[in-house]
Design a protein around this ligand. Structure first.
Ligand SMILES: *Cc1c(COP(=O)(O)O)cnc(C)c1O
Length: 405
């Protein structure tokens, strides 16, 4: 039996924990914004590994960084520091509000570090009473027990026994609901500067500036979860840069490694000093291989050519979706920022985002959903205009198939 015959979708059900329900297709190879499966079917990738592959698949600069570092040094420990981690931290500090960086391996771990740091800061600077964390309904911050409890969907955190305490949820884009909860006992307000998993919801300027002011009034830290929005996704290096609001702590992961697992929590000197020696850590955090790839990805994205390209490509995708909608009338709203675009389905197609995703797959296009009612697009930041057009044509065929079914 050849490997191809034994390594198939059925094997997933035999050997994998059933928390995912992957499609029948098993991709084996990718280049730029194209992916091929076991049967050599080709797909255009508008999903980007859930907003991760910011430079597409096997970008030459990332492959080069991986190979070069792969022949030098893979792993040490935080008993020693290493050159790629130091260089990446310096690049991030130079490009952002932050003075200090903590490396983790994922978005959830970066948020876990942010939440623990916020609690430490509040206890040491203000006292034990200041422990409340306020986040937002429909927000998503990862799947560790602390981060999933901070996330705004109880369905993801229920059923695991007692939850971490003193966490409250306000409504996104509703300052009054935050005002009703916040007090001098609030340690931090945690938000995505554009809700991703929750349905591609942008904050209004008034809201995001109001959140900053309320945090200042009550001596609470503002934590921006930029795990999905960071590293060029919205057309700014970080979304906060386009909102005229600076957070106290920011987390970044997904696109940071361009497909290699890494995350980071970044903050100011004054706050960072509360994570004293021994208070937090991670075996793999700051791994040289991960940092070398991330350094290449970060520096490649942080150029005016790539960032202005994101804004130009946003328009092509949104215009293309609007045109499809003129014919088929399936979207109630087309929204998002940069290359994080959501198409919300009309009343008639409520709950059917996955049906559109599956149809797109049949026509050779990978997409995402954000909840049951929104089809999400998060392609490579350097996808070519021709590939966007090709992908839109495939999507139009998929929409036609759903509408005519
Ligand atoms: C994906 C995501 C996370 C979780 O990241 P993981 O790497 O899966 O742990 C956290 N916050 C936001 C906003 C995300 O989009």
């Amino acid at each position: 039996m050849s490997a191809q015959n034994t390594v198939n979708r059925e094997l997933f059900d035999q050997v994998m924990v059933p928390n995912y329900s992957p499609s029948a297709v098993i991709p084996v190879r990718g280049k730029g914004s194209r992916v091929w499966d076991q049967n050599n079917n080709e797909y255009i990738d508008f999903a980007g590994g859930i907003a991760v592959n910011c430079l597409g698949h096997c970008h030459p600069a990332l492959v080069e960084a991986l190979k070069t570092q792969g022949e030098k040094l893979w792993h040490l420990s935080n008993v020693m520091t290493n050159e790629p981690a130091l260089r990446l931290a310096k690049s991030i500090v130079d490009a952002t509000f932050a003075d200090k960086v903590y490396f983790a391996n994922s978005g959830a771990e970066s948020n876990e570090a942010a939440l623990k740091l916020a609690r430490r800061w509040a206890i040491e600077e203000h006292g034990e009473h200041k422990s409340q964390i306020i986040a937002f309904k429909q927000g998503f911050h990862g799947r560790t027990f602390f981060t999933v409890t901070v996330g705004g969907q109880a369905a993801y955190s229920d059923g695991f026994g007692p939850k971490p305490g003193d966490i409250a949820h306000a409504e996104y884009n509703n300052l009054d609901s935050l005002k009703a909860l916040i007090s001098d006992n609030t340690c931090a307000v945690v938000m995505e500067p554009l809700q991703g998993e929750g349905g591609i919801i942008s904050p209004t300027n008034e809201f995001v500036q109001g959140v900053r002011e309320l945090c200042d009034q009550h001596n609470a830290l503002l934590v921006f979860d930029e795990v999905q929005t960071g590293v060029g996704r919205t057309g700014d290096l970080y979304a906060y840069m386009g909102l005229n609001v600076t957070p106290d702590i920011l987390t970044t992961a997904k696109a940071l490694g361009g497909g290699f697992p890494i995350g980071a929590m970044i903050t100011t000197d004054a706050i960072a000093k509360h994570l004293k020696i021994g208070t937090h850590g991670s075996t793999y955090g700051g791994n040289p291989l991960a940092c070398a790839v991330a350094e290449a990805a970060f520096n490649e994205v942080n150029t005016s050519a790539v960032l202005s390209g994101v804004i130009a490509k946003e328009k092509i995708i949104k215009d293309g979706l609007a045109k499809i909608n003129e014919t088929y009338n399936v979207f109630a709203d087309i929204r998002g920022k940069g290359l994080l675009v959501g198409a919300e389905l009309t009343e008639q197609y409520q709950g059917k985002a996955k049906v559109f995703l599956n149809a797109a797959m049949e026509h050779g296009l990978m997409t995402l959903v954000a909840g049951a009612n929104v089809v999400r697009f998060a392609p490579s930041l350097v996808i070519s205009d021709a590939e966007i057009q090709d992908g839109l044509e495939r999507f139009e065929k998929a929409v036609a198939q759903v509408v005519n079914a």
